[in-house]
Design a binder for this molecule. Structure first.
Ligand code: IMP
Length: 229
């Protein structure tokens, strides 16, 4: 079985990724690795941030002592998700800044409700038919080099690490007020095309079939299914 280290501290994201990937993968999270370094997301693209998170954490794991004798399974790959909302009337904002859209200190994430309030304020004069938007997700997958490879140092080997990228988008519209209790982030404001309810109203089963994250993870699963066993 493939064991993945999911590189996020966002519990909602972890839950969605685990539910979408299913039993074919064992998912560990940063909760199980409290010593993992915090990676600064300072790239200006989703792909850049996802790659940075996956590669830095895979390098860190490669340099760590093996957990072979511990109860914990050893992850084979780091999976990092970078995602956000692009609103056409705002020229693609909040984009890569989605998590810290309303934050005064841009190195900190803001509360979801503050981000949603700011988004609604900026769109106040924009009619519903011009509120087109999409969620985007880029997943980066980086292999964690094993200690017993022929390479002398897993850390040296890790310098050459590259990530595979898988992307997904979900088109929709920003409604004029939040609705629903499910999901996270901008879900109460986002109505996917073909529906009248927000992601937060539709619930996880529906969201996990059509979301940006579901589409990116479907590509990742297809990639694994093609790998020689
Ligand atoms: P990241 O953790 O740096 O990738 O930031 C992602 C941010 O984008 C989250 O904090 C949310 O604000 C937003 N976001 C990403 N995916 C979703 C989603 O599925 N629903 C709602 N908001 C999302």
């Amino acid at each position: 079985m493939t064991t993945l280290l999911i590189a996020t501290r966002n519990a909602h994201k972890v839950g969605e990724i685990q539910a979408i990937l299913g039993a074919q993968f064992r998912c560990l999270t940063l909760k199980e690795f409290p010593d993992a370094p915090a990676v600064i997301e300072d790239a200006d693209t989703f792909a850049g941030n996802a790659t940075k998170k996956a590669v830095e954490l895979a390098k860190w794991r490669a340099g760590e002592k093996s957990t072979a004798n511990s109860q914990q399974p050893t992850p084979n790959f780091v999976l990092a998700d970078d995602s956000g909302l692009e609103v056409d009337a705002l020229n693609g904002a909040p984009g890569v800044h989605s998590a810290r859209f309303a934050a005064l200190d841009k190195s900190e994430n803001a509360h979801d409700t503050d981000n949603n309030t700011k988004l609604l304020r900026l769109l106040k004069e924009v009619p519903l038919e011009k509120r087109s938007a999409r969620f985007r997700c880029v997943i980066a997958l980086a292999p964690i080099p094993e200690r017993n490879t022929k390479y002398a140092s897993p850390v040296c080997f890790a310098d050459k690490l590259e990530a595979q990228l898988f992307d997904g988008a979900c088109e929709g519209q920003i409604r004029s007020s939040p609705r629903g209790q499910g999901g996270f982030g901008y879900d109460p404001l986002f109505v996917p095309d073909g529906f009248t309810q927000s992601f937060a109203e539709l619930g996880e089963d529906v969201k996990n079939k059509l979301s940006h994250r579901a589409k990116a993870l479907a590509k990742l699963k297809a990639y694994f299914n093609k790998l020689p066993t």
